[in-house]
Design a protein around this ligand. Sequence first.
Ligand code: PMP
Length: 360
Amino acid sequence: MSRIYNFSAGPAMLPEEVLQEAANDMLDYHDSGMSVMEMSHRSKNYDQIIKEAEADLRKLIGIPDNYKVLFLQGGATLGFAMIPMNFMFNGKIDLINSGVWTKKAMKDAKLYGEVNIVASSEEDGFKKIPDLKGIKFSKDADYVYICDNNTVYGTKYKEYPDTGDIPLVADMSSCFLSEPIDVKKFGIIFAGAQKNVGPAGVTIYIIRDDLLAKPAPRPLPAYLDFRIHAESQSLYNTPPTYGIYMCGLVFKWLLRTGGLEFRDKNNKEKAAILYDYLDQSSFYIPRVEKASRSLMNVTFTTPSPELDAEFLEGAKKYRFTNLKGHKSIGGLRASIYNAMPLDGVRALVKYMKEFEEAHK
Ligand code: PMP
């Protein structure tokens, strides 16, 4: 077996220990005589898997009792539509535009009402999180929408906007469980699993009860109504059973390896290795302003697109994969989620130094 360093923005690396555990369980889960994949979602074994996954996630983050946790499908992309469908009660939201992922959310929200952009870093090429100072939120906004970590550019909020009584809704797809989360600051947190948490196919929602208590503002098909999922604890229909099981194994791994405090420390250490190197280099150009840098997605370029391409070609020799930047901006991107070991980042920097020496 020879695993490689996968710098993908998602689906991304999972902890090797977790994959091994899943492999051990593959044919016969806990003497059930079947794989989790073959198990009814109404069975006793599965009931324990999903309940434990939720309990472990609650413990890991410290989710207050007045929030529901849901494991659904459709990716964060379905969330872009489901959240306004369910929670745009007055038909108006405020949104802080940090690029691609908030634009997509905005497009869907506009189907259900007015979207007021209260801050944007578009003029700065999305190289930073928009300036939060002096933002005036609309008094009648149903919620304020942000993307906490913008995977494409590698930007991350270091502090959240103070929205007062207006619920703050955050897409945390690419930073979920990379650091402690103060859930009570948010009305809704949602995240696709395929970066820090598990395989693609599971989307996690953490939703405050008062939002779910209000009737839906419009008729909704059953699957698109969060209230129905909340009432049936993510078991209204067949949930993504195997994906939830994998997420559960990742939650247990996080709990036994120092929780989110340790991840925060470890992720800061990993990102610092890369950013410190980028900052002292006169060859590479980091894309994002220091105050907005993501610990998960580190974006940079060499002096030219041709050298970027050569860098990617050369990376193959070291068995580094998925270092290409998002198609919308090009360049290079190293995604270093929880499961990327320190050694992977050190090895990447070693290659970057060699490449710089050879080309500067
Ligand atoms: N939000 C963010 C921040 C993302 O990075 C992504 C996917 N990369 C999405 C939303 C869309 O997620 P999905 O593909 O799971 O629908």
